[in-house]
Design a protein around this ligand. Structure first.
Ligand code: FAD
Ligand code: NAP
Length: 528
């Protein structure tokens, strides 16, 4: 049962359970559907998507998206397999990336980072079913054959520029369960311009310890010359460090190792994995290092291994600063991804590059990724409501800096949430200062793990429903940033509930109301 009625609302458990059921029923509260409606309306593909692209919704799981695309032409099925963010990280929008794969002018099936392994696998499966000859994932440096306009320097993945890291400091306190960092790059000399709502793209480098371990396991020196698919010749160390994806083992890697394995059992397991790696995790295999550790009888030459690996991809981060306040800097709010798998610690490539490996004073390749429509209102008097739990706070720090520096008279309301007030109240001093100065008209906080029952931003929105409705009636713009899979759908549901309860609407009208709000640019989402 969805928790639509806040734990703090004055009801008994029994009443709350009944009300949750009642409201869920009233809203037809199937989470996926709720998300789909808002995403369709808010989507840049907008008007076409509502009827023709129902899977274009980042809150839907891959299987649900593929069900919605069943029976459609290959291109649309390929589109449904994408992450549905239209974030531009792959160099396309979801639909145009699908189109170039379908017409075979794009051979790299591993470009959609938001979709992750699941998307890469589905793309491979779909192209294979279509009798295509696409490789599993990109082979290093695989080129895009689509004739494309020359990108402006610094804008987009194909035109990155070097920027110097100024600092990367923890925002979370000691004892936090997840680390979040404030990362600052110096843009001096790059000429880069951005506006609130844009993202910064980073071409990360792989963990140098992991690279050295791979070189040692392959009994190589690292100085061996290897040829990339682009034809460039670089050292094996450079290739593993900055050209190759070490997260997702490709079927080409499994096939190569199967050919090289001295042990019969290894050979047959590797051959099976080359056919279908669905069971890889059960073999204890999660990334490239795992594969080499798990199958010690297969030790091909390092150059051959490099040629089977996918190409490393850039990562996007919502920009957390305004150039009105920081003319030659860009700030990011980076959640550092660390998790355990198969008794091994795994570290997210880019977040750990920014947290641990890139030293202040050294440069990274970066680019500005223009937003597809996550923008402050043109009218500086318009009120703004921002919902940004966790790293979702990033663009709202930028919004607030911009509005303060511009002297925008519009009111600003922030809903922020995270695990614990003590350790996870990101930018606490700054936000409290903005509240003191009345730049931040109102701030509602949801620290989920500070009490027995989880309190989330949408619960705070429901508690403040009357006031929130007044703001919307007064022309407020509503923004949501952060987790796509759980938070964005639940926040959307809470908004519908507010429209029903405060606006006296029925479920269908509430749904239409949010759709209209999104079409008018007054309900915008930047979720990932
Ligand atoms: C438009 C946009 C804006 C973004 N803004 C921000 C932002 O402001 N701040 C921010 O921190 N991030 C942001 N992100 C996410 C960011 O781009 C990266 O995806 C994130 O930092 C993780 O990248 P990584 O390289 O560290 O991890 P990767 O090396 O890419 O690893 C991620 C992969 O690890 C695997 N994985 C993760 N957890 C587990 C687990 N528990 N068990 C098994 N496997 C797991 C999954 O396969 C996942 O795809 C944004 C993304 C987009 C598209
Ligand atoms: N693609 C990637 O590899 C990658 C890497 C990093 C981050 N991310 C994603 O980026 C997003 C932001 O991550 P983050 O670490 O900053 O924060 P987060 O995981 O979104 O957590 C922020 C707050 O939101 C709460 N929350 C959990 N479920 C919620 C829901 N349904 N509705 C509202 N709030 C909810 C959390 O509570 P509890 O945790 O106490 O439940 C926590 O208090 C997440 O989606 C994360 O998965 C993705």
């Amino acid at each position: 049962m969805l928790a639509l009625i806040p734990e703090t609302a004055p009801f008994t458990d029994e009443q709350r359970a009944w009300l949750n059921g009642f409201v869920a029923g009233l809203l037809g509260a199937e989470r996926a559907l709720a998300g789909a409606d808002a995403a369709q309306a808010a989507s840049p593909v907008g008007s076409v998507s509502a009827e023709t692209l129902p899977w274009h919704d980042p809150t839907l799981a891959l299987d649900a998206r593929m069900d919605l695309a069943a029976g459609r032409p290959l291109e649309l099925k390929l589109m449904a397999a994408m992450g549905q963010l239209d974030c531009g990280q792959c160099g396309y929008e979801c639909r145009s990336y699908a189109a170039v794969i379908a017409d075979r002018s794009e051979t790299d099936l591993g470009k959609c980072v938001p979709g992750g392994r699941a998307t890469a696998k589905k793309l491979k499966e779909l192209t294979a079913q279509a009798g295509d000859v696409h490789p599993a994932v990109a082979v290093s440096g695989a080129a895009t054959a689509v004739p494309r306009q020359m990108p402006e320097r610094g804008y987009g993945r194909d035109a990155s520029v070097p920027a110097r890291l100024v600092s990367s400091l923890p925002l979370t306190g000691a004892g936090a369960e997840k680390e979040t960092r404030h990362v600052v790059f110096d843009l001096a000399g790059t000429g880069l311009r951005y506006v609130p709502g844009d993202s910064l793209g980073i071409w990360p480098k792989n963990n140098p310890d992991e690279v050295e371990l791979l070189i040692a396991i392959l009994r190589a020196k690292g100085s061996e010359a290897v040829t990339l698919a682009s034809g460039a010749v670089v050292s094996a160390r450079d290739a593993l460090s900055r050209e190759c994806d070490l997260r997702m083992p490709s079927s080409e890697l499994y096939a190569l190792l199967a050919r090289e394995a001295g042990d019969d059992v290894d050979r047959s397991r590797l051959a099976a994995l080359a056919e279908d790696d669905a069971g890889a995790d059960t073999f204890g295999v999660h990334d490239v290092l795992d594969v080499l550790l798990e199958f010690p009888s297969a030790r091909p030459r390092i150059g051959e291994v490099v040629r089977t690996l996918g190409r490393i991809q850039p990562r996007l981060y919502s920009i957390a600063s305004s150039q009105r306040k920081h003319p030659s800097e860009v700030h990011l709010t980076v959640g550092v991804l660390r998790y355990e798998r198969n008794d091994r610690a795994h570290h997210g490539t880019s977040s750990n590059f920014l947290a641990e490996h890139l030293r202040p004073g050294r440069s990274a390749s970066v680019f500005v990724q223009k937003s597809h429509g996550f923008r402050l209102p043109a009218d500086p008097c318009a009120p703004v409501i921002m919902v940004g739990p966790g790293t979702g706070i990033a663009p709202f720090r930028s919004f607030l800096q911009e509005r303060e520096a511009f002297g925008a008279p519009g009111r600003n309301w922030l809903f922020f949430g995270n695990q614990r007030r003590e350790t996870d109240f990101l930018y606490r001093d700054e936000l409290e200062d903005l509240a003191q100065k009345r730049i931040l008209t109102r701030m509602d906080l949801a620290f989920s793990r500070d009490q027995m029952n989880k309190t989330y931003v949408q619960h705070k929105m429901l508690e403040a429903a009357q006031e929130l409705w007044r703001w919307l009636a007064g022309g407020a713009y509503l923004y949501v940033c952060g987790d796509a899979k759980r938070m964005a759908g639940d926040v959307d549901l809470a908004l519908r509930q507010i429209a029903v309860m405060q606006g006296g609407m029925d479920a269908a009208t509430a749904k239409r109301y949010l759709g209209d709000l999104a079409r008018d640019g007054r309900y915008q989402r930047d979720v990932y």
